[in-house]
Design a protein around this ligand. Structure first.
Ligand code: DLZ
Length: 159
């Protein structure tokens, strides 16, 4: 299973503003990812805003704008399925490389919840839907919060 070894993170998101940026391809799977992210962020007490973009290619630019606009973290959600996507490599590497660059350029966390999989079944299995084995939307939200807290602790330690 792809999530084997993933950590159990305890995060307190109170006082953090998080923007969830979600693509619209493969809407049923996206619903699972979005609900998982929402549930996790609400449970942590973070303040949450959601923005939809057309596809995963558009995630980096909108995540960057959200972080430059003051968000403490973003959670990027998307689904790219190799079987159904003639330009799979282009779309998935544009999203992955772009989001990595956004995190480094802004110095703020990007929770990575873009599923890049071979089949729709694999995507469903990771989407936090009934019967899914993993909940990548929740994991991405949790990672974004934990990283925002780590960055805050580092900054506070410098004073
Ligand atoms: C074009 C395209 C294709 C073929 N497949 C996907 C996909 O599987 N998942 C996804 O999120 N977006 C896809 N897109 C759309 C691009 O991300 C982008 O929205 C368009 O190329 C317009 O810029």
């Amino acid at each position: 299973m792809s999530g084997e070894g993933s950590p159990e993170l305890e995060v307190d998101g109170r006082g953090l503003t998080v923007v969830v940026v979600a693509a619209q391809w493969h809407e049923r799977i996206m619903t699972g990812l979005l609900e998982g992210a929402r549930r996790r962020l609400d449970r942590a007490g973070a303040s949450v805003r959601e923005v939809r973009v057309p596809g995963s290619f558009e995630l980096p630019v909108v995540c960057k704008a959200a972080l430059e606009g003051g968000a403490d973290a973003v959670v990027a959600l998307g689904v790219v399925i190799r079987g159904g996507t003639p330009h799979f490599e282009y779309v998935s590497s544009a999203a992955t490389d772009g989001l990595t660059r956004v995190a480094l350029d802004t110095g703020k966390p990007v929770g990575f919840g873009v599923l890049t999989v071979d089949t729709e079944e694999q995507a469903i299995d990771r989407a936090g839907l009934p019967g899914s084995r993993e909940d990548k939307g929740a994991e991405a939200a949790e990672a974004a919060l934990a990283t925002a807290l780590a960055l805050r602790a580092l900054r506070d330690g410098e004073r």
